[in-house]
Design a protein around this ligand. Structure first.
Ligand code: ADP
Ligand code: MG
Length: 197
């Protein structure tokens, strides 16, 4: 099968969210017939339609020859490996992996909806996805960036990705993280090193 560009949303707000996102990216990179082409900056975000701690969110761009349902099954397996529990809807979670887009596919089965149905309503998805693909056009023909103004009031703050040294150079206010070294254009994958804000 020909490889397609798929986008996966990552989120965590229980346990060590940084470690879980980093581990999830490692797991995605180990999937068969799949490479992680790029990872967005990471963001701290307020829970939407839910309570609990702030989330850590990012989006990964995959190049994959897995079928969409096989990719979803793989995402669920990675969630389980990170002890994902589902006690109630929108419960806090150690790891959430959502298939946001799978090439230009429009999929509506009992277990998989693509594009992800809440993709355009959430700043925690839109902002990292737009960071990776600012000119993205959805399968329905709408530009992704057209949805940003409606969610711009949702709280979302970029945080340092884990490979950025947490140094405090002279002259910089203590406690203020060094700006993330985020390449423009074709973003490279942040190696999932340990790190903290
Ligand atoms: P949330 O909507 O909060 O992410 P879950 O992660 O518990 O909730 O997912 C609930 C169900 O949504 C999953 O069992 C999965 O089959 C279904 N689902 C439908 N479409 C998608 C998609 N595009 N990505 C991930 N899960 C999806
Ligand atoms: Mg999910």
């Amino acid at each position: 099968m020909r490889a397609v560009r798929a986008y996966v949303g990552l989120g965590a707000n229980l346990g060590d969210a940084r470690a879980q996102l980093a581990g999830a990216l490692e797991s995605l990179a180990r999937l068969p017939q799949t490479t992680v082409a790029a990872v967005s900056p990471w963001f701290r975000t307020a829970p939407v339609d839910a309570d609990g701690p702030d989330y850590l969110n990012a989006v990964a761009a995959l190049t994959t020859a897995l079928h969409a349902d096989a990719l979803l099954a793989a995402l669920h397996a990675i969630e389980q490996a990170f002890d994902r529990q589902r006690p109630y809807r929108n419960a806090p979670r150690t790891l959430d992996l959502d298939l946001l887009l799978y090439g230009d596919a429009v999929i509506a089965t009992p277990t998989l909806t693509v594009p992800h149905p809440r993709l355009t309503e959430r700043a925690f998805v839109l902002r990292p996805l737009l960071a990776l693909a600012p000119d993205l056009v959805l399968p329905g023909g709408h530009r992704l960036d057209a949805f940003w103004p409606a969610v711009a009031d949702q709280r979302i703050d970029e945080v340092c990705p884990p490979n950025v040294a947490q140094t405090t150079p002279a002259g910089r206010a203590p406690g203020r993280p060094k700006p993330a070294r985020i390449p423009s254009g074709d973003r490279s994958v942040y190696p999932p090193d340990e790190g903290s804000t």
